[in-house]
Design a protein around this ligand. Sequence first.
Ligand code: TXA
Ligand code: MG
Length: 310
Amino acid sequence: MDLIEKGAALIREGKLVVFPTETVYGLGADATNDKAVASIFEAKGRPQFNPLIAHFASKEMLHDFVEVTPMAQKLIDTFWPGSLTLVLKRKENCKVSYLASAGLDTLAVRMPKHSIALSLIEKAGVPIVAPSANPSGTISTTTAPEVEAVLGDKVDLVLDGGPCSVGVESTVLLLTNEPAVLLRPGGLALEKIEQVIGPVIRPDKDPECPRSPGQLSSHYAPFRQVRINATDKKEGEAYLGFGPCDFQADLNLSATSDLTEAAANLFHMMHLLDREPFTSIAIAPIPFEGLGLAINDRIKRAAYPKRTIK
Ligand code: TXA
Ligand code: MG
């Protein structure tokens, strides 16, 4: 079996595979597998859940997962495969893990221009989510030996494709509204993008530019009030448990106190409880270790006082 096939088999088993793209090396996992996605955050040692980019092997494959707007289609026709990531609305039945979207109703998508990356995704038969292959807070990697040095013991396979030709991360554009918004400058120059779709909002340069509130937010916040470190369930509350629970939890992040399982379930379960008949959500205490740091970070943000309560 060749190495790419081996990588594809590992991805399907929920394992982590580092692969080259034209921008930087990516730390990849099956985008549709919650636990595999959670293990990316574990391997990177990320204290926060940032949303991830889902990588596709063809333009057609995309349509099952996100709403492709006419503006997005224009950019795809012009620049894919290449160093351009588009943030689009998830489709209702999108199979990509909510954790990869950090609970948002959007998904970042990209088709890399690298034969190993494309072949790996195609053989795996699923989109592959991949942040840059480096520990949290360190710089991205552009060669396989660099990856081996910093993540070698945390991943199941590193595919060596030589040095990355672009060497910086992809340009990220938010396309859920028009005009488009530049979320991250990167490997594809903004001037080239603007030649195709006209002016793009640059939050760094145009702080006055009109945009809808929350448009740039990359954090999911449930509509309902959230109470953290809750050891009891009050009238009207939904209770999201962790570990053994003396009373009936509405849902449990992990009955066996497994933090990777809890991370995998977090956003999906918050979405499930953020609805009638519940008036608020109570969440059990989560230990501050391993992925517990990122879980606590996220539920603390979710618990900020709400301005409006329905
Ligand atoms: O070149 C690249 O983009 C590399 C290769 C591996 O493809 N990947 C990469 O991933 O740089 P990462 O996770 O290091 O950066 C992804 C960026 C972050 O700034 C993240 O906030 C943004 O994309 N992003 C992802 N999904 C998003 C979403 N739904 N809404 C807003 N921003 C999103
Ligand atoms: Mg990165």
